[in-house]
Design a protein around this ligand. Sequence first.
Ligand code: FNR
Length: 185
Amino acid sequence: MAYKIEVVVGSLRRESFNKQLAHALTKLASDQFEFSFLDIGTLPLYSQDYDSNFPDVAKQLKARVEAADGLMFVTPEYNRSMPGVLKNALDWGSRPWGTNSWKDKPAAVCGISVGATGTALAQQHLRNVLSYLDVPTLGQPEIFLKHTDAFFDASGAIGNDDTRKFLTAFMQRFEAWVQRHRAGK
Ligand code: FNR
């Protein structure tokens, strides 16, 4: 069986380290897992006024999330929290009231930043929101990464052997998490 994972990257930056990390992680996964990336940058800023007439771009986001077997959040930290663009996407997917598309989708969170805290606080805020949205989120291992020039090699893969092994183990845990939740459906 193939498992479909939607990847949500919390940065819109063209050369985003988190986007690079997300792509590198997908290459560490087994063949059974297929990844696609949600485009959260084209969503307007959410307003409750949209609830009576959701724009197509938000309907498409909800449909993609609902069709997924799991979710992978890869986010930078902005001012000790998640970027607004990511929170905006979470808000869109949670509405209109009673149609929370994120519910019950097994998820993992990780991130990379240039700061020493490695997105720890952004992830903690994100976990809080995911908990409210009824998203079962993998607890361990936690992935807090600090970007350095050698973090990615020229091909975009994880440069350091130990980091690559650690992230491979993370992806294996995530796969098992998704499989366990899908089996329980
Ligand atoms: C940052 N950055 C940052 N880094 C961090 O470790 N903790 C923080 O709280 C913040 N705050 C913050 C706010 C804003 C508005 C910006 C633009 C940046 C730095 C951040 O880690 C760095 O810009 C990363 O490169 C962002 O991730 P992407 O876009 O490369 O994926």
